[in-house]
Design a binder for this molecule. Sequence first.
Ligand code: FAD
Length: 379
Amino acid sequence: MAQALSAQVSWSVQIGSDASARKTTGFKGHNSICFNNKSWLSTPLNLKAKNIQQLKYQFKVQCTSLQQAGKTKVSVTPLELENAKEPPLHLYKNKQPYTATIVKVERLVGPAAPGETCHIVIDHGGNVPYWEGQSYGIIPPGDNPKKPGTPNNVRLYSIASTRYGDSFNGKTATLCVRRAVYYDPETGKEDPSKNGICSNFLCDSKPGDKVQIAGPSGKIMLLPEDPSATHIMIATGTGVAPYRAYLRRMFMEDVPTYRFGGLAWLFLGVANSDSLLYDDEFTSYLRDYPDNFRYDTALSREHKNKSGGKMYVQDKIEEYSDEVFKLLDGGAHIYFCGLKGMMPGIQATLKRVAEERGENWDEKLSRLKKNKQWHVEVY
Ligand code: FAD
């Protein structure tokens, strides 16, 4: 059984930040990808900037001025997990889950978002450790309606925090859960009897409630070993969960054994600006780490694509396809996470772009898979 883990938290502040928050404006250069006068094909960058925005958020730290305090990382005491060669897997089985405790449940989206997505922090006491990119299984209470007399089936959720958790002590895990609601196709009215069991259980839970967790599971979405690698992260909706974890590891935590010096580029597709998830965190990284982070959003109900239609995440990728293809050729890892339905549109776009460039997509795709650059977790 996993040993209880602990870590101490401290934090430091560097004075001064002249980086201003902005979204991607484009790359310069032809044979290599250049951004802010740095090459991304061959020369990894060192982190210089540090971030305080999220510290304020997490610790409610009183800061006199963000401008003054500027760049801060949370210094964590490394967990034993940092030394492991393999991620923890299936420490708790579905039939013998760990009983954890809900710490926090918060609505993440604004009033104009279609549907509800919640940020759920779970205290596992350090007993169910995980790596970034893994998932937990949640066994909702009650009987399986399809097999009365047997417990509900497990549902998987990507973990949205680093191994240190939002508490930075290795004892919590965060989930980003969209409430599954059923609308009768004929009446258009919600039918609560058919709402999703586990997502509603999680979004309705309160601090102190118990939750049965299994896992952790999954190896597809782990971060590459090389901390100077390029990470292209494509998400729709809650698919952003593992990327929130990656980005916190890259830009929020100061872990002596993991110094990110690469490029992380997030493409996030949601319905509208009220549906953006963790936008404050991502925007603060843009401000503090402009050389290492790019962030592009596709808001289908607000943005138009080049043909005047709704802007989906694949349209945003297409906008930057030249850079994306060059980065992939240079060894970038590309991750896809979110609803299953996102993949056909993305694949079709990548294939079309490849053909326009005179490349064979099927060959390129099998090369990316063979090189372990291609990571897909859709549901
Ligand atoms: P269920 O009870 O399983 O119902 C499924 C759907 O069927 C719902 O939409 C429900 O409204 C509908 N339904 C129920 N009864 C009927 C009926 N009689 N007729 C017609 N329709 C009906 N989800 C997230 O929100 N965040 C994540 O980070 C996340 N990560 C995942 C990672 C992985 C690897 C996988 C595989 C899945 C992930 N999911 C994630 C999806 C999650 O596991 C669940 O599938 C999702 O929350 C729905 O589960 P539920 O129990 O709420 O719905």
